[in-house]
Design a binder for this molecule. Structure first.
Ligand code: NDP
Length: 306
């Protein structure tokens, strides 16, 4: 099989040596190099250059190197007739669960407040809670949300979650009604895909539905949050803190109020990165499936938008 690697963000050096070792009989090209375009059957993409994919007439699979495919689906030049698979990578899933834990624990153990006290030279203790006093709500119970739920349960937190279709996960109170999750969530974690239905889901009315002094953790996509509504909910004192990894505009503009807001902890879209060591076997499996003429794993449902 001829395979083209087309990503403006992922570097071929992190991927191609492992791929070539795993698939010595296949030919890999790095865009814009691509050999005979008619022979290319698989495209491995991060953020591919616009129009690139439409130039391969016999493409059988577009394989994302990332778990979220909102950027790809928003590209009008994406060939819609070619199956699109997203990455589901155990290394990234583990990294995301760690990120959820570190933020939930930062909030639960009041570290965000102690950082502020330290800056002010203040020696002050806050009341201790047990993990079982706290309910963490997960928006999205997919590959990432369900693993985060499992790890939170191990630590003793109460966990509830929201999904589009009904779900059963042992120990997790699962809802398809968002309001049921919001009213329980003292820490609310967004792990949704960005779709027309989930854009702006974290808005003024969602924040108002949450208990007082809760925290919000957005590690999915910036457009899930109405930034002005979040600032208002923090400034009014209703929300205690926000942990934000993703933003409407990235990199976050220099003058953005989040940068120096005392109630915001921010990171530069690094909540979880694809881990080539665990992701390459997933790519290999899907390339083998193309070779055998079988459907790929983790296909995106274009009608659902994820
Ligand atoms: P999955 O597709 O496995 O899971 C998505 C979950 O969201 C599912 O439970 C799904 O419900 C639910 N969902 C989707 N639409 C709705 C809706 N309208 N109402 C209620 N629930 C909904 O995705 P992943 O867990 O793999 O990834 C989630 C997102 O995380 C990615 O799309 C990506 O944007 C983001 N991400 C961010 C990273 C970062 O570094 N910041 C890194 C990696 C991913 P159902 O179960 O019914 O399908």
């Amino acid at each position: 099989v001829d395979i083209v690697f087309a990503s403006q963000i992922e570097t071929p050096e992190s991927w191609l040596p492992r791929l070539r070792r795993a698939l010595p009989a296949d030919r890999f090209f790095v865009w814009p190099e691509c050999g005979d375009r008619e022979r290319v059957e698989v495209a491995l993409v991060g953020e591919p250059p616009r129009d690139a994919l439409a130039t391969f007439p016999n493409l059988k699979l577009i394989q994302s190197l990332w778990m979220g495919v909102d950027g790809l689906l928003a590209d009008p030049t994406l060939p819609r007739a070619v199956p699109l698979a997203r990455m589901v990578d155990a290394g990234m899933v583990a990294a995301m669960a760690e990120t959820v834990l570190v933020h939930v624990l930062d909030w639960h153990r009041h570290l965000y407040r102690y950082r502020e006290h330290q800056a002010d030279g203040v020696w002050k203790r806050h009341r201790q809670y047990m993990a079982c006093d706290r309910t963490v709500g997960l928006l999205g119970l997919g590959a990432l949300g369900s693993e985060a739920a499992r790890r939170l349960l191990l630590m003793g937190f109460k966990v509830c979650g929201w999904s589009r279709r009904p779900k059963r996960i042992e120990g997790v109170e699962c809802f398809s009604d968002l309001g049921e999750v919001l009213k329980r969530s003292q820490a609310l974690v967004c792990l949704l895909p960005l779709t027309a239905q989930t854009r702006c889901v974290l808005n003024a009315s969602a924040f108002a539905a949450m208990p007082e002094h809760s925290c919000v953790i957005n590690i999915a996509r910036g457009a899930h949050v109405v930034e002005a509504d979040l600032l208002a909910a923090l400034d009014s004192g209703h929300l205690a803190h926000a942990y934000l990894d993703v933003f409407e505009t990235e990199p976050l503009p220099e003058a953005h109020p989040f940068w120096h807001h005392p109630k915001v902890t921010l990171t530069p879209h690094c909540a979880a990165l694809t881990e080539p060591r665990t992701a390459v076997p997933v790519l290999v499996e899907n390339i083998e499936r193309v070779r055998r003429g079988e459907p790929a794993l983790n296909l995106v449902d274009p009608s659902a938008g994820y």
